[in-house]
Design a protein around this ligand. Structure first.
Ligand SMILES: Cc1cc2nc3c(=O)[nH]c(=O)nc-3n(C[C@H](O)[C@H](O)[C@H](O)COP(=O)(O)OP(=O)(O)OC[C@H]3O[C@@H](n4cnc5c(N)ncnc54)[C@H](O)[C@@H]3O)c2cc1C
Length: 449
């Protein structure tokens, strides 16, 4: 794997009349960090990436979105992703708790053409592939090498690594994910968002009943009375399964997260059937602190990208997508300033970046709110092709948050119907929705059954 190539002497702090060590310092070698690093290095900038963990490492966030393929193409890694043997994801399926209501979003049927599929990825392999690509593009990756402190001056940024070594850059991109190094250190304000705290409990399983044929690679989401669950086929054998519920509920039950998970499975006819005989292939993981968003995604010498900027409920698998999209955008903003020789990011540029990313995140948040609202879910589960509304929702589920007018207007109409239904409840429970008898086969039994 990529090794830390630092030479000790190289780290000695330089007097600041001298050029910084890097044009760009990047905290984190996840999707946000690797995409920005690749893009900037390909554009000829001197980029240093610091990733504290040795790869491959487990990471959740395995279901990608078709609109995210654009970022992968932009940095020239798409062919490698296509050749890596990940599970192809042509759509998303949504069920209610007992499987009696079903909606199947086929990406190829979306309003926006050319977003036909994405991939379900084991993040250990995907993240390593992206980071190695960044190295090939010319980024200098230091790994395992954590950043423990950041210091901003008028003219540069200085970081200190976990082994107390230092280096400098003209700008910093915090792509360090949920720990939010810069946000925490600089005590940045967060927006107050109207969501109850959630917790996710998950693992990889063998022996989960999966759909076959064209549906084999779909993500399957089940809405439960107090939360939801995902089923993501990540390899021939293994399936990622998780349950998301309310922190308050978990506290109240006093159960272990694992028992809580299995109780949620037992309580859903649909999930019980899928999970009969499924066995975890690794320990259970628990993630809390679910939704947050910093007020500003940057300052004079830095920008935040990916989870370091904001995180929303992953029902619609938008995390990696936003990580890659935001880092591309952030890289473009800073590269523009560097090219012009500006001394620091202009406040307008930081606000513009923040506004534009928040606008796109809001598109997904509206769909998430629809999913959590009972009456909204009724609309979501009752697809109608009148005015091509279902095609429009398909496109949003595929991640088209930069909406062309035709999509924008239809999505507005869809949300208006949701709001109306929340008031007068004229659409009920998807009675007219397509209901296929989903055939399932058990995948990944160690017996091969
Ligand atoms: C339960 C759950 C389910 C999810 N499901 C999905 C899904 O299906 N699809 C999807 O797209 N997204 C999903 N997500 C979201 C997804 O995991 C994230 O949005 C995505 O990983 C963000 O990428 P990133 O590059 O911003 O951060 P990360 O992937 O977290 O990468 C950040 C990297 O920075 C490193 N780092 C952190 N701090 C430092 C430091 N101080 N110094 C050096 N390195 C550091 C970390 O080691 C890490 O490798 C899910 C999230 C959760 C919690």
């Amino acid at each position: 794997m990529i090794r830390d190539p630092f030479a000790r002497s190289w780290f000695a702090l330089k007097p600041m009349s001298i050029k910084p060590d890097f044009d760009f310092l990047i905290i984190g070698g996840g999707p946000a960090g690797s995409v920005a690093a690749s893009w900037l290095a390909r554009a000829g900038w001197n980029v240093g990436v610091f990733e504290r963990e040795e790869f491959p490492r487990f990471k959740i966030g395995e279901s990608l979105l078709p609109d995210g393929n654009r970022a992968l193409k932009e940095i020239g890694v798409w062919e490698k992703v296509e050749a890596a043997g990940f599970v192809k994801k042509p759509g998303a399926e949504f069920f209610d708790e007992n499987g009696s209501r079903w909606v199947h979003n086929v990406f190829a049927d979306g309003l926006v053409p050319g977003r036909d599929y994405a991939y379900q990825v084991e993040r250990s392999r995907f993240d390593r592939l992206l980071l190695e690509h960044a190295v090939e593009c010319g980024a200098k990756v230091h790994q395992p090498c954590g950043i423990r402190r950041v210091e901003f001056t008028e003219d540069f940024v200085r970081v200190e690594t976990s082994s107390h070594e230092r280096c400098t850059g003209a700008y910093l991109l915090d792509a360090g994910g949920r720990p939010g190094m810069v946000g925490v250190q600089e005590k940045l304000d967060k927006d107050s968002l109207p969501y109850s705290p959630k917790v996710a409990v998950y693992s990889h399983f063998e022996g989960v009943s999966r759909f076959s044929g064209k549906r084999a690679g779909n993500i399957v989401i089940t809405r439960l009375p107090r939360g939801w669950s995902w089923i993501i086929p990540v390899s021939d054998k293994m399936t990622s399964v998780g349950f998301v519920g309310y922190v308050a509920d978990l506290r109240e039950t006093k159960e272990t997260p694992e028992t809580w998970f299995w109780n949620a499975v037992e309580g859903s006819l649909f999930l019980k059937e899928r999970m009969a005989g499924a066995k975890p292939g690794m320990k259970f993981h628990v993630t809390t602190d679910y939704t947050y968003q910093y007020r500003r995604f940057g300052g004079r010498r830095y920008l935040l990208a990916g989870d370091a900027a904001c995180f929303i409920d992953p029902i619609f698998s938008s995390g990696v997508y936003f990580a890659m999209e935001s880092s591309l955008q952030a890289a473009g903003v800073v590269a523009g300033h560097l090219r012009k020789g500006a001394s620091g990011l202009k406040p307008r540029a930081v606000s513009g970046y923040t506004r534009s990313l928040k606008r796109r995140v809001r598109v997904m948040r509206r769909l998430i709110e629809t999913f959590y609202s009972d009456r909204g879910f009724d609309v979501f589960m009752s697809p109608s092709e009148r005015f091509r509304l279902f095609s429009a929702v398909n496109s949003i589920v595929a991640g088209n948050t930069r909406m062309p007018f035709g999509l924008w207007i239809r999505y507005k109409l869809f949300l208006a119907i949701v709001r109306l239904n929340e008031r007068i409840s004229f659409i009920r429970a998807g009675r007219k929705s397509a209901r296929a008898e989903p055939s399932a086969e058990r995948v990944g039994h160690s017996s091969g059954g």
